[in-house]
Design a protein around this ligand. Structure first.
Ligand code: CTP
Length: 131
């Protein structure tokens, strides 16, 4: 059994998110998602997520290719999360290319191409501009 792990905020779920999760799961048998806490998202992106953690959690756990979701509270804990969840492969979008190579000693690290022309930030901007 090959265990996959990925990380992200997955706020205002869009097709880019669906595809990365589906493609991550295709690398193995079990997919764990480290879902950023609201506080971690604020520290990374400088804004509150549109959907709070509890809603993002509910949406992700309802997806058929997601097997487990836990709260990612700190970027410094990433190594411990990978070990704790016994991940064989870490999958991330290629906006993170090279950023997680430090974990190659404990798991395989795979970067997948992002789906072009869509992001949560862009959706928020489009909705703001339409008002
Ligand atoms: N992702 C992707 N294709 C997109 C957008 C995101 O493959 N078009 C992937 C990212 O590479 C990451 C995961 O989805 O592995 C979660 O990304 P997240 O930062 O939550 O989503 P974004 O839409 O990039 O959010 P933001 O615009 O707020 O940065």
């Amino acid at each position: 059994m090959r265990r996959i792990i990925t990380f992200g905020t997955f706020d205002v779920l869009h097709v880019g998110h669906v595809r990365i999760l589906q493609r991550a799961k295709a690398h193995g048998d079990h997919l764990t998602v480290g879902l950023s806490s609201d506080e971690l998202n604020f520290s990374k992106k400088g804004r509150e997520p549109v959907y709070p953690y509890s809603s993002r959690y509910e949406i992700l756990t309802s997806m058929r290719f997601v097997d487990n979701v836990f709260m990612e509270e700190s970027l410094e804990e990433k190594r411990n999360y990978i070990i704790h969840h016994r991940a064989d492969i870490l999958v991330m979008g290629n906006d993170w290319e090279g950023k997680f190579d430090e974990f190659m000693d404990i798991c395989q690290v795979v970067y997948l191409p992002r789906t072009p022309s869509i992001s949560t930030t862009e959706i928020i901007e489009v909705i703001k501009d339409s008002h």
